[in-house]
Design a protein around this ligand. Structure first.
Ligand SMILES: [Zn+2]
Length: 335
């Protein structure tokens, strides 16, 4: 379009305005970039990108505490030490349950060697963390893996959510760790309803009480490609115990890491975590943490009994909701 003389004044004004904008931009470049970024809205802290879900969608996710209590009651009938018939019965039931949510499952069987404090060459003493040749195999055990693939075919990121389902020989393990299993199962049930952009693997490990046997075995069998693309391990171990102790984000050194950063919008403290399966991932450089509660003790410094009656289902739900939301944000985020 032609510019007529009559338009010269507005054009001059526009030119002056443009100069002003350019000089503001140039001066503005001296400021750190973060000053111009919008404040992140709650529940959308991601590993670098933006989630497809709105904060409202994320916040509408609500886990079922009664369903989690039912899972705990079903599991906690007897102790379920590594390799026992009771351990195998529990994993078979969990497998059917995961399949009923729509997951494909895999069973990773492995021979195990009992590793007690009396055994000299335990992995933590020798540093042979992934050496499974010390001693004689006692029998076989198994990890149970449920995978949900992303909608995007070229997506390679993987997030692992884990919990151990075995116990020591002394306990029916309501808190340690039917609670973590129940939270994992409920999160898996919820996540099954969403279309996701990254792969998620829900893994129920056995042998955690035998020097993290199942998770060490699993990590030792990962391909280089898998190791490279696992961006986080969220481990669940001992959740919802009645008492004053609250759930924490347990990292190996008590400091923030790439996974704990994802919980920045939630009121959950980072502390040095007790030994659990997250350690096997961390050992090969995969960012990991354990969501856990330190045990409540009596006045003599002894742990209170690990019984279903000591699980507070509201505490269970708070953790399950938090982890489910953090996970959903990550899974609905483009790589
Ligand atoms: Zn445990």
């Amino acid at each position: 379009m032609y510019k007529t003389k009559g338009n010269s004044k507005p054009n001059l004004l526009r030119f002056i305005l443009l100069l002003g904008v350019i000089s503001f931009m140039l001066i503005g470049c001296d400021h750190p970039k973060k000053n111009y970024e919008p404040t992140p809205t709650p529940d959308t802290v991601t590993l670098g990108k933006t989630s497809h879900m709105s904060p409202d969608d994320i916040n509408s996710l609500s886990t079922d505490e009664n369903k989690m209590m039912t899972t705990i009651e079903k599991i906690c009938v007897t102790p379920r030490p590594i390799g026992s018939n009771e351990e195998k019965a529990v994993y078979r039931n969990l497998k059917l349950e995961l399949e009923s949510y729509g997951y494909n499952t895999e069973v990773q069987e492995f021979p195990y060697i009992l590793q007690t404090l009396k055994l000299k060459n335990t992995p933590f003493q020798t540093g042979n963390f992934f050496d499974f040749t010390i001693g004689e195999p006692e029998g076989t055990s198994q990890n149970l893996i449920a995978i949900k693939k992303p909608a995007a075919p070229d997506s390679q990121d993987i997030i692992i959510v884990s919990a151990h389902y075995d116990t020591t020989i002394h306990s029916t393990g309501a808190i340690d760790n039917a609670s973590g299993v129940a939270v994992l199962m409920e999160i898996a049930r919820q996540i099954a309803n969403y279309s996701i952009q990254r792969e998620v693997r829900f893994i129920l490990f056995s042998g955690e009480e035998n020097y993290l046997y199942g998770s060490r075995y699993y990590v030792s069998k990962l391909t280089d490609n898998e190791r490279q693309h696992i961006i986080a391990n969220l481990n669940l171990d001992c959740i919802g115990e009645e008492g004053t102790n609250e759930a924490i984000l347990g990292t190996s050194n008590g400091r923030e890491n790439e996974v704990s950063k994802l919980f920045a919008n939630y009121d959950i403290e980072i502390q040095k975590g007790p030994m659990s399966d997250f350690f096997s991932f961390e050992k090969v450089g995969i960012p990991a943490l354990t969501i856990t509660q330190y045990p409540t003790m009596d006045e003599n410094g002894k742990d209170l009994p690990d019984e279903i009656s000591r699980i507070n289902k509201t505490k269970l739900k708070v953790v399950a909701d938090t982890v489910a939301k953090v996970l959903l944000v990550q899974l609905t985020t483009d790589q």
